[in-house]
Design a protein around this ligand. Structure first.
Ligand code: ZN
Ligand code: MN
Length: 494
């Protein structure tokens, strides 16, 4: 049998982070409110009510579309997608059918360090439905979510592996967060994904009937559901009975399998027709230009910049960029360090350049291993009490050997709790490193007298004892002596 190729395309619904709903003034924070409280006659579909387009939702949708390199349709329209379901009070969803907000985009993802281009077919705006929950044989409906603005993104069938699909979704989540258009938490349903998958003999250019996998609510599940489908469909091809109908299957998280829900001959008949209650959506040249200018730096570009600007490694930069708040904090600390360096020594820029890469790595290490180690599981960045200036000051104390790293860790703990200034904490806890040569010399002389035998051996050339005496000085100073300087002093005395 010929080798088979996997063809995957994705459809993603992304909840837009607006204040109000897509077509009414209800709060868009329904997921955190009492059920059926963020509702009104419009989102409940009462007769005689009229929808109004939320300009903020349009702006966010445009930002996302531009970030996905799409063409914006400056004139698009809304349509009614008719179907019946208890969580859909109007009996139709307002969506965009034949003229979506944006078309023809692409993104580049990286798979095993190789770039791969993924086409974006379209991005359109629509409203979400309410939420059914099935409890003890009854179905309860919460309409808080009804009317939440969604951006639906449809990719081209450009993925060849389940892993590629997962990477794309992770990149999309990060992009959405950088743009501030969505919290994009899959577990909370802010980002929902349906995946279309089919196989074909390698070299064949036809597309065969696809299987749509629904209800995938985590990145892990996307990959597992698709891998399951690859195996299932491979078996069918090997038995010479490939799927001949388009089918819908659901991912069963408990059994870790996909389950057939329905098969269909063509696309469902939603009896789309133009929404008569809404005018066409017009994007002015001015609005488009504004959106283009409002683009923040994207994650991929940020990785590249952190590498060239600060000498961070690719893997360190990628870790930082995973969270925009922390990446921005890290960079603010760098700029505070630079200000300090230039100010303190009146030092030339070239001096800063010499230290920059070392400080970047020090900053990265202290952020990701020391500070992250202090964070409780549900930590919110906005609760951080440590200012970037204070973090820079702490790193400076460590870098200049004014304190050793265990003292630094104690100071950081205190800073995390109180937000206090590191040099004040160092003073209060009496942690400042002893740097003063005269004080260190006194300590060295003291330990020489305490261990006369070893001192004799040292003088007779037993150099291994240098470490012994450095250790003794550290002990006598309660860990505060600068070990490099102590070693120098001992050597000078021989
Ligand atoms: Zn409403
Ligand atoms: Mn949709």
């Amino acid at each position: 049998m010929k080798k088979l190729e996997t063809i995957i395309g994705l459809e993603i619904h992304l909840q837009l982070k607006t204040k109000s709903k897509m077509f009414c003034a209800c709060s868009n924070d329904g997921e955190n409110q009492q059920v059926n409280t963020t509702i009104c006659p419009i989102c409940l579909g009462h007769p005689g009510t009229l929808p109004t387009i939320n300009a903020e939702a349009v702006k966010l949708g445009m930002l996302l579309a531009l970030a996905l390199n799409c063409q914006i349709n400056q004139k698009s329209k809304f349509d009614r997608k008719n179907y019946f379901y208890p969580d859909l009070p109007k009996g139709y969803q307002i969506s965009q059918f034949d003229i979506p907000l944006a078309v023809d985009g692409h993104v580049v993802i990286e798979i095993n360090n190789k770039p791969q281009r993924i086409g974006i077919e379209r991005l359109h705006l629509e409203e979400d439905a309410g939420k059914n929950s099935h409890v003890a044989g009854q179905t309860l409906v919460d309409f808080n979510r009804a009317g939440t603005p969604l951006a639906e993104i449809v990719t081209r069938p450009d993925f060849r592996t389940a892993e590629a699909a997962k990477i794309f979704l992770q990149d999309l989540r990060l992009l959405a967060r950088y743009l501030g258009v969505s919290d994009a938490e899959m577990e909370k349903g802010h980002m929902r994904c349906d995946a279309n998958i089919s196989l074909r003999p390698l070299g064949d250019t036809n597309l065969y009937p696809k299987t749509e996998v629904k209800n995938i609510n985590s990145f892990k599940a996307v990959e597992k559901a698709l891998l399951f489908e690859v195996l299932r469909q491979t078996e069918l091809w090997e038995k010479n009975t490939p799927p001949h109908l388009t089918a819908t299957r659901g991912w069963d998280e408990n059994k870790q399998i996909t389950v057939e829900q329905r098969t269909k001959e063509g696309s469902s008949d939603y009896r789309y027709f133009p929404e008569p209650d809404l005018p066409p959506l017009i994007i002015s040249d001015q609005m488009l230009a504004y959106s283009k200018s409002a683009m923040p730096e994207f994650p991929q570009a940020k990785v590249a910049r952190l590498m060239t600007e600060y000498g961070l490694s690719n893997s360190d930069a990628k870790i930082l960029v995973q969270n925009k708040h922390w990446a921005d904090f890290w960079e603010q600390v760098m700029s505070d360090l630079q200000a300090w360096f230039v100010r303190a020594g009146g030092q030339a820029e070239s001096v800063w350049e010499n230290h920059k890469a070392n400080l970047a790595k020090l900053n990265f290490n202290w952020l990701t291993s020391e500070l992250f180690g202090l964070l409780p599981g549900n930590f919110n960045f906005s609760d951080l009490k440590i200012s970037s200036e204070n973090m820079a000051e702490l790193l400076n104390l460590v870098y200049q050997n004014k304190i050793n790293s265990s003292a630094g860790q104690m100071i950081l703990k205190e800073m995390f709790v109180s937000g206090a200034d590191p040099s004040q904490i160092a003073e209060k806890l009496d942690l400042a490193q002893i740097d003063d040569v005269a004080a260190l010399e006194d300590l060295v002389v003291k330990v020489f007298m305490l261990y006369p035998e070893q001192y004799n051996d040292l003088k007779n050339g037993k150099e291994a004892l240098i470490k012994f005496f450095v250790g003794k000085v550290m002990f006598e100073s309660k860990g505060k002596a600068n070990p490099q300087k102590v070693e120098e002093i001992i050597k000078n005395k021989l």
